[in-house]
Ligand binder design. Sequence first.
Ligand code: 13P
Ligand code: SF4
Length: 331
Amino acid sequence: MTVNKTWQEKGYIDEPIPDGIDLVAEIESLKKQKNAVLMAHYYQTGDIQDIADIIGDSLALAQKAVGIEADIILLAGVHFMGETVKILNPNKKVLVPDLNAGCSLADSCQPADFARFLAQHPDHKVISYVNTSAEIKAMTDVVVTSTNALKVVDSFPKDEKIIFGPDRNLGSYINAQTGRQMLLWDGACHVHEQFSLEKILELKKLYPDAELIAHPECKHQVIVLADFVGSTAALLSHIGNSNAKRFIVATESGILHQMRKSFPDRELIAAPPMDSTCACNNCNFMKLNTLQKIYLTLKYEWPEVTVDPEIAEKARRPIDAMLALSKAFTK
Ligand code: 13P
Ligand code: SF4
């Protein structure tokens, strides 16, 4: 297939979709015809989550990417997730619906700057959040996600010197929980840092019975106020384990779809962001993916995720280390 120049410039396929087309049926048919599998992160819109073959948080997506038998993997999420899937499946075609779906957190940690930081602290082990480019992973000892970060850090000796990057909020949360003093990279997720403490306090006053549940990428002021702190998957399962009937949810709003599907009897209130009249908090990168783009990506098998094989080989080691540790934690 020749890639149209306009698509290349745009980073996605902008072909008009014929009127009346049943996108869900077309996607299903293309998946069968091409032996493709659709993976989606919980921050995708509900329509994408509902047609995904595999859905999960960052850890689940990395775990489930191992051993996929399909010829094509279409990852509806952001670019670093596509890279992780490609690193774990170097011989498969890995597609994403839009190459512009980046991540402010991953972008806050540029390889040259990170390499300089590591060179200043050569006696430190390097733990990196999965929200990083393949180049950063290649400089890392173990990758973590928000689901396993605490346990992975705790698996190191108490006196081990550690650099943790790039999320300063997750890093400080782990430092506080473990009593460690890991050196933190000064990065953050623009979505999770956006929650308004004032608006959350107003909601708590309005609904005193509601539990505040928050992702550890949120700012310290929100985390200390929270009744429960956990990854996207942990927040979802906490709702099922809690006796509360109402929850104020401080994370990206895509997960509310899954929460409502799994627990229709619970009332879920999206924690509002600052500087916005919108009541919920969306990741504009995650929301670049649409059913239309998924259909066109499957049809033309483009855009494809590529990772330099030398970088991929180096980046695979810390990902494999994380997957092995996560397996050991569940034994
Ligand atoms: P988890 O999927 O680990 O909860 O991470 C959230 C996130 O911000 C993904 O980009
Ligand atoms: Fe990155 Fe934050 Fe969006 Fe996740 S929610 S992809 S961390 S910008």
